[in-house]
Design a protein around this ligand. Structure first.
Ligand code: FAD
Length: 318
């Protein structure tokens, strides 16, 4: 998930036993309380930057385990990613993670980018292959002097410095994967290469996530697989992106969002309800870490955290 869905800005119970999804992170509660992390994309204009910083300051109040910043399709926005990540860590004290894609980039360039992050005090990278600049449907052609897939990138980064490395996982299978088994094998290779956490593509089908965890466990993937939660801010765009990523939207959820895209107040209430239902269903099955695709907006993620008992320090004290 990344800023391709940069839009202004079922409760399905399941019999599956969920794997432990707690990551090794700052806000790791021994008593099983919930921890969260947030994803942002680098701002493109001064107005977007100001909006982003209001969002970051608000969400930092709940003391997330980390905040991550995407890098644009085709490896663009690297400067913006670097600046935003560094500022998050310096100004909020929240551990920050930089997304790093290997597409269209040589191994030497990756090494230079990673070293710059290490020198800036960034210790957590989200290592990704990335998509061709013409979108998720574009044909991917690895560079001869680059890393062909994310597992090779993880191995390369681990050889450079002892980074904490998160990778991507796809409960409903990556759109261009040869098969779901091949995609699971790819995740296993990323874990074996040194990744310490997987963060999933957004999904709405809780049972699909549960089945994926079971399969990953059976395949020997022993890193936490943290669910990526997308609070919906525009359903039409979400549905288009979900289709491109082959993410299924259950009929019940489609019905809930029907006809409210132009009614912001109702949309926000419905989006919060749907996301809270999803998180509570996951929580009932043992999930204790949630990663939010914020789309640089605070309201929904902050409210959902509140419902999960993840509160700003001031609210807790009151
Ligand atoms: C949490 C998360 C964050 C993201 N952040 C960003 C971002 O900041 N910027 C951005 O541009 N994109 C981002 N993406 C999108 C991601 O870059 C795309 O989904 C991309 O198409 C795949 O990246 P990957 O790291 O999963 O690749 P890989 O793990 O390399 O897998 C890509 C495809 O290749 C297959 N594969 C893997 N290894 C092999 C192999 N050895 N031989 C043949 N096939 C193989 C896999 O099955 C899969 O189909 C993010 C995705 C997620 C889930």
């Amino acid at each position: 998930m990344f800023d391709a869905l940069a839009i202004p800005a079922a409760d399905r119970t399941s019999d599956f036993a969920f794997a432990n999804t707690n990551p090794p992170a700052r806000k790791q509660h021994g008593d099983g309380r919930v921890s969260v992390s947030f994803e942002f994309f680098p701002p493109k204009t001064p107005a977007m930057e100001s909006q982003l910083w209001q969002t970051i300051e608000r969400l930092a109040q709940v003391q997330p385990a980390f905040m991550s910043v995407t890098c644009g399709a085709g490896g663009t926005t690297r400067t913006g990613t670097h600046q935003t990540v560094k500022r998050i860590q310096t100004e909020t004290g929240t551990p920050a993670a930089a997304h790093l894609t290997c597409i269209d980039t040589s191994r030497a360039e990756i090494a230079a980018i990673a070293e710059a992050y290490w020198s800036a005090g960034i210790r957590h990278l989200v290592a990704l292959r990335g998509d061709p600049a013409d979108g998720t449907d574009g044909v991917y052609r690895p560079r001869m002097d680059g890393y062909s897939h994310a597992d090779a990138l993880v191995r390369g980064l681990c050889a450079l410095s002892p980074f904490e490395i998160s990778v991507a996982a796809y409960p409903e299978t990556h759109a261009q994967a040869a098969s779901s088994q091949a995609d699971l094998d790819a995740l296993k290779r990323k874990a074996d290469a040194g990744a310490t956490r997987a963060i999933t593509q957004f999904f709405f089908d809780v049972d699909a996530y549960a089945r994926f965890l079971e399969r990953a466990q059976r395949a020997g993937v022993d890193i936490p697989i943290v669910p990526g939660i997308l609070p919906v801010t525009n359903f039409a765009k979400t549905a288009t992106f979900a289709k491109a990523c082959k993410v299924r939207i259950p009929e019940k959820i489609r019905e809930q969002f029907e006809g409210i895209d132009s009614d912001p107040a109702t949309l926000q209430l419905v989006a919060a309800t749907v996301a809270v239902d999803q998180c509570l269903a996951l929580h009932r099955h043992g999930v204790r870490h949630f990663h939010f695709y914020t789309l640089n907006r605070a309201e929904l993620s902050f409210a959902i955290c509140h419902m999960l008992g993840v509160r700003a320090a001031r609210t807790q004290a009151a």
